[in-house]
Design a protein around this ligand. Sequence first.
Ligand SMILES: *C/C=C(C)/C=C/C=C(C)/C=C/C1=C(C)CCCC1(C)C
Length: 261
Amino acid sequence: MFAYKTLNIMKTNLLDVVTIPVDDPVAFTFFTGYMSMFAASVFFFFERSRVPEKWKTSLLVSGLITGIAAVHYYYMRDYYASTGSNPTALRYIDWTLTVPLMCVEFYLLTKPAGATKGLMWRLIIAAVWMLVFGYIGEAFNPEGGSTSHSVTYGVLSTLGYVYILYLAWMGEVKQLAEKTNNPTIIRGIRTLSWFILVGWAIYPIGYMCMPGGWLNIAFGWQPSAVDLFYNIADAINKIGFGLVVYNIAIDDLSKAKVLAA
Ligand SMILES: *C/C=C(C)/C=C/C=C(C)/C=C/C1=C(C)CCCC1(C)C
């Protein structure tokens, strides 16, 4: 009798753990997001010992970005699995820590060419602006969904996003990258700028799937798609960003080896 009961409990637990991720694409991406962020962190932390001294901080930051995300994905995955709703607060806490760290990556890459702390803070403040208004848009969206609410805060948030795009593509970040006269850094910054332009643009698409959002109204895209887009975008951007930085460091390493030989 007792054994039977125990078995049943085990069976239920197994069913919870194994079946939800495979027949629910949102849960599935929470799970794979968690695993890939974790693996990326291990990779960046181990590779850090191999790159030239001046890139070690950059690689540490890459590992922190995916590491912080992995911890949040662990909790978001559970939150989604047990409630079926969007883990909005956890999501924005994660972003508030990781997006500024991505700004720090830009700063570290352009510092040899004279980037100031002022530039770093402008990037960070623009990022926090973008996230605060995004959070108000999502977390305080009235019951049933309000289009005017989501549009108002979506537009305010986008101003911060556009300012970051401006700095990366035309402003100081771009100018400093060119000043390094280092083709590896110029190319690396250019790739990161593409990530911001294309990879980051996935986030507003997810945002518009919330109740009352434009894509929710126009195509009936469901609120759970918010997390589908966010999860896919996070994997592309957080791991991708780290790999670009890693490539810059490794390129430098192979150049140093050629010189030594
Ligand atoms: C690792 C997490 C990253 C790179 C998160 C980036 C998030 C954004 C670029 C979010 C942007 C938003 C808008 C531009 C308008 C609508 C609200 C947001 C916050 C989804």
